[in-house]
Write a protein that binds this ligand. Structure first.
Ligand code: ADP
Ligand code: MG
Length: 704
């Protein structure tokens, strides 16, 4: 059954990529399209008509019967609306396969089914999707048939962004413009454009689908709402980089094949820290494509898991007490002529351009730490950030020894005269080749870490779209570049002014740099002394979206308007309350219909056995009686917790939407859910396993 193939033969097979366009489009049209893409102009209708025609023929050759505008509304997942290529039957009873340039450029899904946070009056349901020609169309083949997917942006009738993509594209333009402006001041006359490049590492859990289906908490909420810890956790660290088991290996192989066909350069795969947890990373690419690809990766993981009778869990914290999942967003900034502005070279102290870029980024992260934190906030991530496993909820930047040293020299003397060099790694084994250590070690506890020639933003949740975090990074960096450029443009001696700027930014924003252990309590206290924001949950993070500072930032660069930001905050409060409400209802349901009945059955069996033993002999039954008492006591506590939760949830649904309701769910409903869980988890440890109504953590994590 095994089919072996050369990856190069299938890579990008299902993508209408550059090579395909070059092959199929008339030369003139191809050139025009490339120009449009390069210069970010609108596509004219005549060109669109020709592109659509070729795209359609190509897709039909791949078996496509339908096409869809594929877009990313503010729900975190992708949306699509399928239309078939079929025209109305002709007189001879046949149909034509049609698709017009207009259909390529513009779609009109009913926007009323997507959140708009008050941007769209209910009577005005129209929304538009518009082709993003910088992200290639692809054909998705699966059991449902083949569909031509056209990546699009999604806007309201009046042009407000209703999706993740529109602001991301706007932020890329802004950043490119400000980067070139700054580079010109530094003497660069060749670069025309700068593109943020991103590689997104995706973590996920895999469990057996049969287990999944009987865990209603996983089915409805994506995470376990109850569940006691197994005897073995991740303390042995034997899972990370452990050999990949064959069932998982077969799954990964299928995932890779699907992704390669879609032009996603899936590259690295390994087990993660927790049992049952894995990671997949593609090779980095320009950010809007990387964000699209990340969505395709999530879809593919879920779909392929299904085929292997597995379930892929993308939730940030599917299992309490076990490491959660994130998405590491590796970000760099590269010019069209190939200069990575985050590459320090061997002697960073001499690299003025790098130091200026670095200090601008420090300033950006320091000034907008609250906004960056917000961009990684989602309901699931609240269970992860700040626990001793993922980055803490406090934003800081890790620079490593070498850069920290350069920065310290700058701050103390105004000059950096040397860089700590690379050191030989002494393995003590003569037969091993000598190799040089990286100048900077890694620090896995940092939320925003410099890793050689890129920054790694580790806070993003595994299930969340990477669109928002990247929009924020692009825009805050654009602002810092723009501020710097403004000063330099006024300077009489640019070289001196650059030097002063670097020194000033380094001194003013050094409080955001932290190279130590981000998990420690000392850091929490130290960060407070430094005045860094410590935002512990999503509800407290959301207000950053509508701070005047944020509105000014986004409006200045045309990325988001005040109205769009207000609507985004509304949507987030709404999502928070809704998700917690579903969790509460699910926990009520499980406790009532599964847990309590099972516990009653168990106590009945225990009571009967006590009676029978008593009747049969004189044996001491005090142990059994003790057990019965203990279980009955926990049952009473569970019953009490349940009624508290029912009451809290009942009040919650009656409330008006908005911030107040989100706060209520966080402070009341979430707390009560936690209390109820404690008694249920204790019961799980006491009951006969055969009588417990659902698979345990051990079953799910160790028996895939
Ligand atoms: P790790 O050891 O953290 O897994 P890797 O070097 O494997 O780091 O890279 C992780 C991700 O970062 C990959 O997606 C990779 O393509 C991406 N990456 C590597 N270099 C860059 C860069 N210069 N800019 C952006 N992303 C990068
Ligand atoms: Mg990494």
């Amino acid at each position: 059954m095994n089919e072996y193939f050369n990856v190069a033969d299938i890579f990008g097979d299902n993508v209408f990529n550059d090579q395909m366009m070059q092959e199929r489009l008339p030369k003139k049209i191809y050139r025009k399209l490339k120009e449009t893409i390069r210069e970010g102009r609108d596509l004219d209708p005549d060109t669109a008509d020709v592109v659509e025609h070729e795209m359609k023929d190509w897709a039909i050759e791949k078996g496509a019967t339908h096409f869809t505008h594929w877009f990313q509304p503010l729900t975190g997942v992708t949306a699509e609306k399928h239309d078939s290529f079929i025209s109305a039957p002709m007189e001879n009873g046949k149909v034509l396969m049609t698709f017009s340039g207009k259909e390529l450029i513009k779609g009109e899904p009913d926007a009323s089914s997507f959140p708009s946070g008050g941007l769209r009056a209910t009577f005005e349901a129209r929304g538009y999707t518009a082709w993003d020609p910088t992200s290639p169309a692809f054909v998705r083949q699966d059991a449902a048939g083949a569909t031509l997917c056209i990546p699009t942006a999604f806007c309201s009738f009046t042009g407000e962004a209703l999706d993740q993509k529109t602001p991301l594209l706007r932020s890329m333009e802004a950043l490119s413009k400000q980067t070139i402006r700054l580079l010109r001041l530094l003497g660069n006359t060749t670069s025309k454009k700068a593109v943020p490049c991103v590689g997104i590492e995706q973590e996920y859990f895999l469990i057996d689908r049969n287990d999944f289906l009987v865990r209603k908490d996983l089915v409805y909420t994506g995470r376990t709402l109850v569940g006691a810890m197994p005897p073995k956790g991740q303390e042995m660290d034997d899972h990370y980089f452990g050999a990949i088991r064959e069932r998982i290996g077969a799954f990964m192989r299928d995932v890779n094949t699907e992704l390669w066909k879609l032009g996603v350069a899936a590259k690295t795969q390994h087990n993660e820290a927790a049992p049952g947890q894995h990671e997949l990373a593609p090779i980095y690419t320009q950010v809007n494509v990387a964000v699209d690809h990340n969505q395709m990766i999530m879809e593919t993981l879920k779909k392929v898991a299904y085929r292997h009778n597995l379930q892929c869990l993308l939730h940030e914290k599917p299992f309490a007490g076990v490491n959660g999942s994130g998405k590491h967003d590796n970000w760099s900034l590269v010019t069209d002529d190939g200069i990575n502005l985050l590459d320090p070279g061997k002697t960073p102290h001499e690299n003025v351009q790098f130091l200026l870029v670095l200090c601008c980024i420090l300033k950006a992260v320091d000034v907008h730490a609250d906004l960056l934190r917000e961009s990684a906030a989602d309901v699931g991530n609240d269970h992860r950030l700040g626990a001793d496993e993922a980055p803490p909820a406090i934003i800081s930047v890790y620079l490593g020894e070498q850069l920290q040293d350069v920065l310290s020299q700058l701050i103390s003397t105004g000059f950096a005269t040397h860089s700590i060099g690379e050191k030989k790694l002494e393995t003590g084994v003569k037969t091993l080749p000598e190799f040089l250590k990286d100048a900077a070690d890694r620090n896995r506890t940092s939320p925003f870490a410099f890793t050689g020639n890129k920054f790694e933003f580790r806070m993003v949740g595994s299930e969340d779209s990477a669109g928002e975090p990247n929009t924020v990074i692009n825009t805050i960096v654009a602002e810092a570049f723009s501020d710097a450029a403004e000063e330099l443009e006024k300077a009489e001696n640019v070289d001196l002014a650059v030097h002063d700027l670097i020194k000033r930014y380094a001194a003013e924003h050094q409080r955001i740099v932290f190279n130590g252990n981000g998990y420690s309590q000392e850091w929490v206290e130290e960060a407070e002394r430094r005045g860094l924001p410590h935002i512990k949950n999503m509800v407290d993070a959301i207000p950053a979206l509508t701070h005047e500072k944020t509105i000014r930032l986004f409006e200045r660069f045309g990325v988001l308007t005040r109205a769009e930001l207000v609507s985004r905050a509304e949507i987030e409060y709404e999502i928070y309350a809704k998700k917690l409400n579903i969790e509460a209802k699910t926990l009520i349901d499980i406790t009532k219909k599964q847990i309590i009945p099972s516990v009653i059955r168990y106590t009945t069996v225990l009571a009967e056995s006590i009676n029978q033993v008593r009747a049969a002999c004189e044996a001491d039954v005090s142990t059994q009686s003790q057990m019965l008492l203990e279980v009955s006591d926990l049952l009473a506590k569970t019953r009490l917790g349940l009624s508290k939760l029912e009451q809290a949830q009942g009040e919650g649904v009656k409330m008006q939407g908005g911030r107040e309701r989100a706060v209520y769910y966080r402070d009341n409903v979430r707390e009560v859910m936690g209390e109820l869980r404690i008694s249920v988890d204790k019961l799980e440890m006491l009951l006969d396993k055969e009588m417990w109504p659902m698979p345990s953590y051990g079953d799910m994590l160790f028996e895939v």
